[in-house]
Design a protein around this ligand. Structure first.
Ligand SMILES: [Zn+2]
Ligand SMILES: [Zn+2]
Length: 431
């Protein structure tokens, strides 16, 4: 640990120390004008690179590396490369854990070593060539839902599934699509090897992402709270506001009262829903759920009838909107059938990775609709800053999701807490 603390302090000075060295070595391989360039002043640097490029060197820092499926993460000294064109390097200030990280950590078919983590906030440390909308010192959320700004979905209001970044999320989980080269590496037993990325790879003191995957947020918002909006909380709020478009006076059912389910409740309350029914098998969640606007609680284990019949009875014909936030196909069908026939809307927010098919009677669809979403339909760069602003104006809750705060080195404790179901969000702080 003492050694790691020493290394941590090194990270603050390395970028400056490495500045000229990096420029010298990288240019010499690319251009015959290299030596001339290395000796030149910062003014010359500005002429050669577009505005904003800082061309910092490699940083050594701490990271929690996943070496294999279901193994504890290992705190390692890793190397984080300088940002390449259209990329930024971010000093992570706080990162929280999301169940998706744990799901991936449990995938025996996945490749390792890998740097997990995708719910974080930080400060831009350096920017690559061509980045014009972000600068050193900006407070940002690295967001996995990239936004190229040029494709059809990016230019329309209909979808947030950017044609450039969405296929990458669904397949390789890499955020460096141009060269497929990792920006992270670690030296083990004398051998330097790359570390694969995962979404925005925030279980590290520094990460590198595409500028298209970076939402600039207000400096008024504490980073150790804003981090939640890089995944779970935004997903729940967006499912209500963007996908279902919940209307005032409506009845809403939420299947699963974890972080996303509670964000759905908070979003539904702010949209004016008059009845918000939480469905969960753990009754201890109800007290906290009340703070987020949940008015009724139903435990399926307390009823012999299927949950959809219970909800139909409670609401005299079904809820207007149902949200499945657990990620189980059986619950998705139950959610659909708990809505009002002829008009009910169901939004699938949870992700079922079991490979099971979703099935329901075709008659269940009379006048009803069901749809899925990713990141609550939000575009990362365009929308997330405005959602985060709602923390300041207190239009959305944030503190009540954070059940635990731990130093980064206790990340495995945080994983155990999340697995035990005893915590909603554990925020890990980099000091
Ligand atoms: Zn997540
Ligand atoms: Zn796009």
């Amino acid at each position: 640990m003492r050694r790691l603390r020493f290394l941590r302090s090194q990270t603050r000075t390395l970028p400056n120390l490495a500045y000229k060295k990096k420029i010298s070595s990288s240019r010499s391989s690319r251009s015959s004008a290299s030596s001339e360039f290395a000796a030149s002043s910062q003014a010359a640097t500005c002429r050669r690179y577009r505005r904003g490029s800082t061309m910092a060197g490699v940083i050594k820092c701490r990271a929690a590396v996943a070496w294999g499926a279901n193994q504890a993460l290992a705190l390692e000294e890793i190397e984080v490369a300088a940002p390449e064109a259209d990329e930024v390097r971010i000093r992570i200030v706080a990162t929280s854990l999301c169940h998706t990280d744990l799901s991936f950590l449990g995938m025996v078919q996945a490749k390792f070593p890998r740097l997990l983590g995708h719910e974080a906030a930080g400060i831009i440390e350096s920017v690559g060539e061509g980045v014009e909308d972000l600068k050193v010192g900006d407070h940002v959320l690295p967001v996995y839902m990239g936004e190229c700004g040029k494709c059809r979905p990016c230019k329309s209001q209909a979808s947030n599934l950017c044609e450039k970044y969405w296929p990458l999320l669904r397949t390789t989980m890499m955020l460096h699509p141009v060269d497929q080269k990792s920006r992270f590496s670690v030296t083990k037993d004398g051998r330097n090897q790359p570390i694969l990325s995962f979404f925005t790879s925030t279980f590290s003191e520094y990460t590198v992402v595409k500028a298209d995957c970076c939402a600039k947020i207000s400096q008024e918002v504490p980073l150790d709270k804003a981090c939640l909006f890089a995944c779970g909380v935004s997903t729940g709020l967006g499912a209500v506001w963007n996908i279902a478009k919940v209307h005032a006076g409506s009845a809403v059912a939420i299947f699963g009262l974890g972080t996303i389910g509670l964000a759905v409740a908070d979003g539904a309350r702010s949209a004016g829903a008059s009845r918000i029914i939480g469905v969960d098998t753990n009754p201890s969640k109800f007290e906290l759920a009340k703070k987020f606007g949940v008015t009724d609680f139903v435990n399926p284990n307390d009823h012999e009838a299927p949950i959809q019949q219970v909800l139909q009875g409670l609401t005299k014909g079904g809820v207007d909107y149902a949200f499945e936030c657990v990620g189980k196909v059986d619950l998705m069908a139950a959610a659909l059938e708990s809505t009002r026939e002829g008009e009910g809307k169901t939004v699938v927010v949870g992700l079922d990775l079991s490979g099971k098919q979703l099935s329901f009677r075709p008659g269940s669809l009379f006048g009803r609709s069901i749809m899925g979403c990713s990141f609550g339909g939000f575009k990362g760069k365009t929308h997330v800053p405005h959602v985060v602003d709602k923390i300041v104006t207190k239009e959305v809750l944030v503190d009540d999701y954070i059940t635990d705060v731990l130093p980064f080195e206790d990340i495995n404790k945080a994983i155990d807490l999340l697995r035990s179901g005893k915590c909603l969000r554990c925020v890990l702080t980099m000091t």
